[in-house]
Design a protein around this ligand. Structure first.
Ligand code: ADP
Ligand code: MG
Length: 235
């Protein structure tokens, strides 16, 4: 028991995320984020809460470096995102696993191939890929479905494939944008449990949702957005 505890203590926690006075105004004049500041601590689980159009996906795009802020600064660990050049973006993105509402898995590939795909791009050995993919599939409870194609799986299982793919290279951060938006209640609860399990391993987890019910049930911290303005959360 003692040994396990010690081992858990040495797991690297996901990096801290800091937004300082971040504004994002699109070329059409829409201000998706207006002077937003918050901090997510290393290894924290935080909800990004707000109704549709409140700027959740825009905030995530800034974190993924798919968009740049109009003003303000964002840091992830010791990386100031403003100083990451286009050529550095693919390397930066390896820090983050992302999960979307619509799963975005590949239907012509098996469960295993969907999860292995990202590692193959990184040029890992066959043996290492097999080991990491099976660990990720075990984590989401899909090891026995490794050879199935996604159209044989339920929506909840398809989202679990997407989560396995997001965590397979052990990123410090997992971001999920409305991960339960296409799922029924039972599957939503299951997905949230898996995300919490991943957080318990030390990963920083950010879940964007407009579903108050989901947030209330888990009791995690909430960062609330409203028309691009950050409301006071329980920090
Ligand atoms: P949420 O994810 O909370 O629903 P979004 O970040 O998608 O919110 O959108 C916030 C606001 O920014 C909305 O008014 C939306 O229409 C606008 N918006 C989002 N993306 C773009 C874009 N690429 N160009 C212009 N406006 C955008
Ligand atoms: Mg959105």
């Amino acid at each position: 028991m003692e040994e396990i505890k010690e081992e858990t203590g040495t797991v690297n926690k996901g990096p801290e995320i800091v937004f300082t006075n971040v504004t994002k105004e699109y070329p059409n004049g829409v201000k998706a984020l207006d002077n937003v500041s918050f901090r997510v601590a290393p290894g924290e689980f935080a909800f990004l809460m707000g109704h549709s159009g409140s700027g959740k996906s825009s905030l995530i795009k800034l974190l993924m470096l798919e968009e740049r802020p109009t003003s303000g600064s964002i840091t992830v660990g010791n990386v100031d995102l403003g100083s990451v050049k286009s050529s550095g973006i693919p390397y930066y993105r390896r820090l983050i696993g992302i999960v979307f509402q619509d799963f975005r898995i590949i239907f012509s590939m098996t469960v295993f191939e969907n999860v292995a795909f990202a590692l193959e791009m990184l040029g890992e050995s066959r043996k290492e890929i097999e080991k990491q993919v099976m660990a990720a599939l075990d984590l989401v409870g899909l090891a026995e479905k490794r050879n199935e194609k996604p159209d044989c799986l339920s929506g909840g299982e398809q989202q679990r494939v997407a989560i396995a793919r997001a965590v397979v290279n052990l990123p410090g951060i997992i971001i999920a944008d409305e991960p339960t938006g296409n799922l029924d209640k039972e599957n939503s609860v299951e997905i949230m449990k898996i995300l919490q399990k991943i957080n318990m391993m030390g990963t920083t987890v950010i879940v964007a949702t407009h579903e108050r019910e989901i947030v209330a049930e888990t009791g995690q911290r909430v960062i609330e957005l409203n028309h691009g303005v950050r409301l006071l959360g329980d920090e």
